[in-house]
Write a new protein. Structure first.
Length: 570
């Protein structure tokens, strides 16, 4: 379903692609995924049972949207531009071994003063100030567009009226232009797949390979959404809130015409409000936290005191939902999703949750054709862990947090971890922390004492205090496997169920690494990003020991899927 947002016109149609022999209209702005979702084609790959899977993360992490395009297998529909005349086919459950042999691609060495990994709010702010300070800075991002998840921009094919864009679009455009204008070198579509040392990292694109040897390293890789396994969560049409927002804000496509948004946190409220304003029938907003309780008024006051504009935006979203009579159901969770493995999700069942996150009371169901689930974020800290940076477990957020000082400097002196990749604390804090990191790095490179701008420090502390208010307002049990049934898939890539994991652990296989070897959980292309936290929590319960930085799967190269030829080529 195509929609329009204020300030963004309609992109020109460029013909159609063929999906399983059917015509799918293509706009000049589309990815393969957005074109297919707009046309109601929700399937991408088939799992080992022959069931279709669709877009899940929308950011190239999960690989659920893999399709075959013009006979090329394993193409990620969510990040691949759509073109008229493409022939798209459902990706088979197991890829064939490629028969085409290609020559090794060239490898070169890059030696910037500073390498910034990630081009979201934190990375762009750091790059802007580093380049303005005369530092040779290189920014790399695996996406092909700047802005990250928070500042995602409408595709360049859309006619845009800058004066009518919302504040989030506009702030992102300003930051992107500032980073480019300062002279930062930027490489997009580049994955850093290994960090062997702080000054020896391996990266690749579709055309080149690099060894990057920076004097200082800034990790600003952002975060990805927590996966909460529930019955039916692998059905086509079920996706993360971030994927739904990317479809809407970057491609002007709604996930469906009858959408349920559920999870925990303010992003769900924003997406529900934006979908409703675009004419989508949002059947309900389901929030795990009791965020409307008068007992949480102090958290709201703290938010308003530290960031009145952001708080006002949130109130505006809620008011918009109320005007459109969208049911808001706090203290509740989605307990199951039903539908057809080929046609997608058709019904969502919700219930109240108890203090541990389990469903209680009488269930309630909604007819849907899409569901967006967002239960918070997990830091992308693979590279920081690979380099031996110290981490702490944040019990309230259920995630490892990189230990840093206020500027983002880690226990490895030449490495900074900033923004949500170090610990999820919001885009505004991430952007200010990028400026603090840049000032500290410039001082470090010139061997002089760091002296951060007091105004920037105050802004950082104010945004951090705001985020603490957000966390208090939306406090809820961290969901892992509380809602899973024995037949519920936990490892989306390999199809390993909750029952498989319980059986393995009952037989004395307790550590995530051992469970991985026995069941294959975590061996898929997302590399344990979605099932790993669930396994980690199950292990902690079984062992009766708290989660620590040594829990879960050990970080190791490659941290992202990479063709064997890029690893083994001379």
């Amino acid at each position: 379903m195509r929609v329009t947002s204020p300030g963004i016109g309609a992109a020109d149609e460029s013909g159609s692609l063929k999906y399983e022999g059917r015509d799918v209209p293509v706009a000049a702005s589309d990815t393969v995924a957005s074109a297919m979702v707009a046309a109601g084609e929700l399937g991408n790959r088939r799992d080992d049972r022959g069931d279709l899977r669709g877009v899940w993360c929308g950011m190239g992490v999960c690989h659920e949207c893999a399709v075959t395009v013009d006979h090329r297998e394993g193409v990620l529909a969510c990040v691949t531009p759509a073109r008229a005349g493409q022939v798209v086919e459902t990706q088979a459950s197991r890829r064939r071994v490629p028969t085409e042999v290609t020559a090794p691609r060239p490898e070169s060495e890059l030696t910037p003063d500073v390498l910034v990994i990630g081009a979201g709010p934190a990375g762009l702010a750091a790059a802007r100030d580093l380049a303005a300070g005369g530092v040779d800075v290189l920014v790399v991002d695996e996406r092909k567009k700047l802005g990250g998840q928070f500042y995602k921009q409408p595709d360049a094919a859309f006619p845009v009226d800058p004066d009518r864009l919302d504040g989030q679009y506009t702030a992102g455009r300003r930051l992107i232009e500032a980073a480019r204008g300062a002279g930062a070198e930027i490489l997009l579509g580049v994955s850093v797949w290994a960090a062997f040392e702080a000054d020896r990292l391996m990266a690749r694109s579709d055309t080149e390979r690099w060894v990057i040897r920076p004097r200082r390293l800034v990790l600003a890789a952002g975060a990805y959404e927590r996966g909460v396994p529930i019955p039916g969560w692998t059905l086509p049409g079920v996706m993360t809130t971030g994927a739904g927002q990317t479809l809407l804000r970057s491609y002007q496509v709604a996930p469906g015409s009858r959408v349920l948004v559920a999870g925990n946190g303010p992003l769900n409220i924003q997406l529900a409000a934006e979908l409703a304003a675009a004419g989508v029938d949002v059947v309900a907003l389901v929030e795990a936290a009791a965020f409307l309780s008068p007992m949480r008024a102090a958290a709201g006051i703290r938010m308003a005191w530290n960031a009145p504009g952001l708080t006002r935006d949130g109130i505006g979203y809620l008011a918009g939902l109320a005007r459109r009579r969208v049911p808001i159901l706090p203290g509740s969770v989605v307990t199951s999703l039903e539908g057809d493995a080929d046609k997608g999700v058709r019904r969502a069942t919700i219930a109240r949750r108890d203090a541990e996150g389990r469903a209680i009371g009488s269930p309630r169901s909604f007819d849907v054709d899409a569901v967006c689930l967002g239960y918070g974020f997990l830091p992308s800290n693979d590279l920081a862990r690979s380099l031996g940076c110290r981490h702490e477990y944040d019990l309230a957020r259920g995630a490892l947090r990189t230990a840093t000082d206020e500027t983002g400097r880690t226990s490895v002196p030449t490495v900074w971890a900033i923004g949500d990749s170090a610990g999820v604390r919001g885009a505004k804090y991430a952007q200010v922390q990028g400026a603090l990191a840049a000032a500290a790095i410039i001082a470090d490179l010139h061997a002089r004492p760091a002296s951060a701008d007091k105004r920037v420090l105050r802004a950082a502390r104010r945004h951090l205090s705001f985020q603490e208010g957000v966390n208090a307002l939306f406090a809820a049990p961290v969901l892992t496997d509380q809602l899973a049934e024995p037949s519920t898939v936990v490892c989306r890539c390999e199809g390993v169920t909750h029952g498989d994991l319980v059986d393995a652990m009952t037989e004395g296989v307790s550590s995530p690494g051992a469970v991985k070897r026995v069941t294959r959980a975590g061996m898929g292309k997302c590399q344990g990003r979605y099932c790993g936290p669930v396994l980690m929590e199950m292990e902690a319960r079984l062992q009766g020991a708290p989660v620590s930085e040594r829990s879960g799967f050990a970080p190791q190269a490659p941290v992202k899927p990479v063709p064997l030829g890029d690893v083994a080529a001379p």
